[in-house]
Ligand binder design. Sequence first.
Ligand SMILES: Nc1nc2c(c(=O)[nH]1)N[C@H]1C(S)=C(S)[C@@H](COP(=O)(O)O)O[C@H]1N2
Ligand SMILES: [Mo]
Length: 202
Amino acid sequence: MSTRGFTGRRPAADTAHRLPPGQHETEDFPVLSLGPAPAIDLANWRFTLRHGAKPLASWSWQEFEALPRTTWRGDIHCVTTWSKFDTEWEGVAIDDLLAAAGIAAPTGFVLAQSYDEYDTNVPFADLANGKAMIATRYNGAPLEAEHGGPARLLVPHLYFWKSAKWIKGLKFTERDTAGFWELRGYHMYGDPWREQRYDGDE
Ligand SMILES: Nc1nc2c(c(=O)[nH]1)N[C@H]1C(S)=C(S)[C@@H](COP(=O)(O)O)O[C@H]1N2
Ligand SMILES: [Mo]
């Protein structure tokens, strides 16, 4: 569906300032996954916060759905050079998760862990103060399995590989610990505006 109205292609001047270096706009929503979407039964789904191996708090799907909801609208940027404008997400802000658990972040680093064994690291500061959520809805509908449904991490200010699909939990770690792609040459932080694609990019 187009939101363009009758003007056709958006003038470059309108979008240029929204495109990080080396990116181009796409209207599609490409799917990038290591493998097929894992089969996740909502009756067995859980989301767990851990400090190392120790569980801090855990929610069933029903419990998770009862948490305060947040919406966010904005642009996402994939390291493969596509950016998508005005995406709309709904879910639970990481701030609200910690509040519901009655805890403060025990360390400054997080490893987001997924049902397909994917993981990715994010500093806690990049998840706090409204910067990230566990998203369960996209553009007004339940998040499709290929895009990470029933729930994915959304950290839109970092390259999209940081937004772990099929998320099962956040693990607080003592140190910044490389995840799947970071172990294979991707940047530890991944700021699109500083074009931090690969290990060694400043
Ligand atoms: N669990 C999991 N999360 C993942 C991935 C994956 O393979 N497994 N791929 C990552 C990569 S490399 C990208 S670019 C985005 C793609 O999200 P999309 O398929 O919704 O566009 O998801 C990220 N999150
Ligand atoms: Mo990616």
